[in-house]
Structure formats: structure tokens, C-alpha cells
Design a protein around this ligand. Structure first.
Ligand code: HEC
Length: 155
């Protein structure tokens, strides 16, 4: 009786772990993300010929230090976050897109921090998908993943 309970608890814990890794960004759908990117494209370009528009070009953004796209004039608070070490991982972009201003205020611990990006993307699945799409233009992030899966297959 007691043992059964413990086993059930263990299974539940394992299930929880599986669920939380299941929320990994690897599962975003880049094809759906391309459609989501239409929302971004009034301000951002992406791809080999992308130029800075209202916002910086997002080619290669995953894995880059925040606020460092050449030739783009950022708000000072995003530059400060980059100078403090902010790198655009999946997780960081996921939080940023939800509310850029709030994100910067929390990151910098500064209630007056401002973001030049006024757009917010609330829906989680859309954020995941658009990040998967951004990644297809971020060769470094992709290489990192390939290396990771290689090492798991050799295990
Ligand atoms: C209304 C215009 C606008 C829209 C729409 C918009 N952005 Fe932005 N974005 C900006 C601006 C402006 C900045 C520069 C922010 C700053 O300097 O504070 C920015 C910055 C960013 C950054 C940080 C770039 C860097 O070099 O550090 C990312 C990542 C980003 N946007 C992703 C997106 C994605 C993905 C979408 C669509 C889901 C999107 N943005 C939609 C205007 C926009």
C-alpha cells in the first residue's frame, strides 16, 4: 500500500519532468512561425538581405548579444541590457516578446527603463513558433543544437 503510493508519486514526478522538457522550444513550428512573423514584418526584416527598418534586422538574432545589430540605433536601455550580458536565447526572446518594456524593467531592475519596441506578443504558442522561425536564420543556434543531439545519440 505504502509502496504503491511512493511509486505513483515517483511516476507523477517523472511525468512532470517530461512535461516540462516537452515545453522546450525545440517544439515550436517554424512554418507556423513564418506566418506569425507577418506581425513582426512591419518593423523587422529577416534573411540574407535584411535591412534595419523601424526595428533591427533579425537575421542571426538567436545567440546574439542584445542591442548589437550593426547600424541600428537602439534605445539605451536595450543596449544597457546587452552590455550587462543579455544574450538572446530562446527563453529570453520568449519573455521579451510578451512585453518588451516590462521585460527590460525587470532585467535592469529599473522602473523607468523604456523599450523602443511597443509591440507585444501574448500568445505562448505564437511566441514559440516565431522563435523556431527566427532560429532557421540563426546558424549558430542551429549548430549548437545539432552538436547537442549528436552527443545524445553517441550516448
Ligand atoms: C511596431 C514595431 C515592431 C514590431 C511589430 C515588432 N518589433 Fe521587435 N523591435 C522593434 C524595435 C523598435 C526594436 C528595438 C528596441 C529597442 O531599441 O529598445 C525591436 C527589437 C527586437 C528584438 C531585439 C533585437 C536586438 O538586436 O537586440 C527582438 C528579438 C525583436 N524585436 C523581435 C520581434 C519579433 C519576433 C516580433 C514579432 C513577433 C517583433 N519584434 C515585432 C519594433 C518592433
Amino acid at each position: 500500500m505504502f509502496q504503491t503510493k511512493t511509486i505513483i508519486k515517483t511516476i507523477a514526478a517523472a511525468g512532470f519532468l517530461a512535461l516540462s522538457t516537452g515545453a522546450s522550444f525545440a517544439e515550436g513550428d517554424p512554418v507556423a512561425g513564418e506566418a506569425v512573423f507577418k506581425k513582426c514584418s512591419s518593423c523587422h526584416m529577416i534573411g540574407p538581405d535584411a535591412k534595419n527598418k523601424v526595428g533591427p534586422a533579425l537575421t542571426g538574432i538567436i545567440g546574439m548579444t542584445a542591442g548589437t545589430v550593426e547600424g541600428y540605433k537602439y534605445g539605451k536601455d536595450l543596449v544597457a541590457a546587452g552590455a550587462a550580458g543579455l544574450v538572446w536565447t530562446d527563453d529570453e526572446v520568449f519573455e521579451y516578446l510578451k512585453d518588451p518594456k516590462k521585460y527590460l524593467r525587470a532585467k535592469l531592475d529599473n522602473k523607468k527603463a523604456k523599450s523602443k519596441m511597443s509591440f507585444k506578443l501574448k500568445k505562448e504558442d505564437q511566441r514559440k513558433d516565431v522563435i523556431a522561425y527566427l532560429k532557421t536564420f540563426s546558424p549558430e543556434a542551429e549548430e549548437g543544437e545539432a552538436a547537442e543531439s549528436e552527443s545524445t545519440t553517441t550516448n
